[in-house]
Design a protein around this ligand. Structure first.
Ligand code: NAD
Ligand code: LMR
Length: 356
């Protein structure tokens, strides 16, 4: 039937667009910081995503050029660029997913926490606008230090009366992407088949790859696991040093950000069993935030009161279920305990900034 309608239509490309939009709901994605090192390739990847119908690109500098450029790509979404503070509301209005890569990146010798003084204020302002213009959007926080910017966002939303812990995510997907790549190299297994949960936070020792749960299974020595863990934890620094003052990971981050936003969209659209790791509110540890493994899908149940990166199941309302940590090796248990003081202080720093 589809082929017939194509051949009988006077304009086949219009038929194809109609066919796609019949099957896929309208979804607006807004990128805040769209003209930056991450923002540009991420905007490109979101333009290639058939789940997106409207793509709003916002930055305080250089947005018109990026938006004009991306808008010429012949995919489903309509692209609109927004260039000034006065246009931020329009960029956010009606957004289903807001991705935030706005803020300064690291230079060699800096920690992610060294970015706090500049990025905390940027994130706070953007989240205030989100609370006002699209309080129901799923927020994907990329700006560093994620361990503090996510708590800042949570406090801003609480103050505005719009906080829904199911809808706020620290993007830790790049840690998972790295862990998969490094594991595949050592385990000699096809990288496309690899899964490695990464929990905790997104900075140094707070990044906890769970190689004991990696699949396909491989018999790696303790030395190799220790080295893989360290390389995953130092992955960001490896890129910062290689870029020698020209910023941090942008291309791999754009890829990771696009994977995570796609998972959020699939969850919103009711695709079952969508699982990703993310830094979300949970009760898995006594800490208020921890990166978790999630599944995006249909029904809604939640249980959380701390923030931690974990595997989570994503659904029509964002986080549907925070999955447990699973069995940890002694090495991983030790890593978890070591990570807690740093994670706790980064979370508290964010909360203090946003509440004072
Ligand atoms: P960049 O400097 O290349 O781009 C940042 C962009 O943000 C710029 O275009 C700038 O104009 C814009 N911006 C600044 N203030 C803004 C505001 N108030 N509103 C909208 N846009 C604003 O930096 P980058 O390399 O793209 O990195 C961005 C952030 O992402 C950094 O904080 C970096 O540390 C972080 N990052 C996070 C991860 C992660 O895994 N979560 C990975 C890589 C980088
Ligand atoms: C990363 O992990 O690459 C990012 O958090 C950027 C950084 O500063 O390392």
């Amino acid at each position: 039937r589809f082929i017939k309608s194509l051949t009988t239509s006077p304009s086949s490309h219009i038929v194809r667009r109609g066919y796609a939009s019949e099957a896929v709901p309208e979804r607006k994605v807004t990128v805040l910081g769209a003209a930056g090192g991450i923002g540009q390739p991420l905007s490109l990847l979101m333009k290639l995503n058939p789940l997106v119908s409207n793509l709003a690109l916002y930055d305080i500098a250089n947005t018109p050029g990026v938006a004009a450029d991306v808008s010429h790509i012949n995919t489903r979404s309509e692209v609109v660029g927004y260039a000034s503070d006065a246009e931020l509301g329009k960029a956010l209005e009606g957004a289903d997913v807001v991705i935030i890569p706005a803020g300064v990146p690291r230079k060699p010798g800096m920690t992610r926490d060294d970015l706090f003084n500049i990025n905390a204020g940027i994130v706070k302002g953007l989240c205030e606008a989100i609370a006002k213009h699209c309080p129901n959007a799923l927020v994907n926080m990329i700006s560093n230090p994620v361990n503090s910017t996510v708590p800042i966002a949570a406090e801003v939303f609480k103050k505005a009366g719009t906080y829904d812990p199911k809808r706020l995510f620290g993007v830790t997907t790049l840690d998972v992407v790295r862990a998969k790549t490094f594991y595949a190299g050592k385990a000699m297994v096809p990288v496309a088949e690899v899964n490695v949960p990464v929990v905790g936070g997104h900075a140094g020792i707070t990044i906890l790859p769970l190689f004991s749960q990696a699949t396909p299974k491989a018999n790696l020595s303790d030395e190799v696991i220790t080295a893989l863990t360290k390389r995953t934890q130092d992955g960001g620094t490896e890129v910062v040093e290689a870029k020698a003052g020209k910023g941090s990971a942008t291309l791999s981050m754009a890829y990771a950000g696009a994977i995570f936003a796609d998972a959020c969209l699939k969850g919103l659209n009711g695709v079952p069993d969508v699982i990703e790791c993310s830094f979300v509110q949970s009760t898995v540890t006594e800490l208020p935030f921890f990166a978790s493994r999630m599944q995006h899908s249909g029904a809604s149940s939640l249980f959380y009161s701390c923030i931690f990166a974990m595997e989570v199941r994503l659904g029509k309302n964002g986080v549907e279920e925070v999955l447990g940590l699973g069995p940890l090796s002694d090495f991983e248990k030790e890593g978890l305990e070591k990570s807690k003081p740093e994670l706790k202080s980064s979370i508290e720093k964010g909360i203090k900034f946003a509440t004072q």
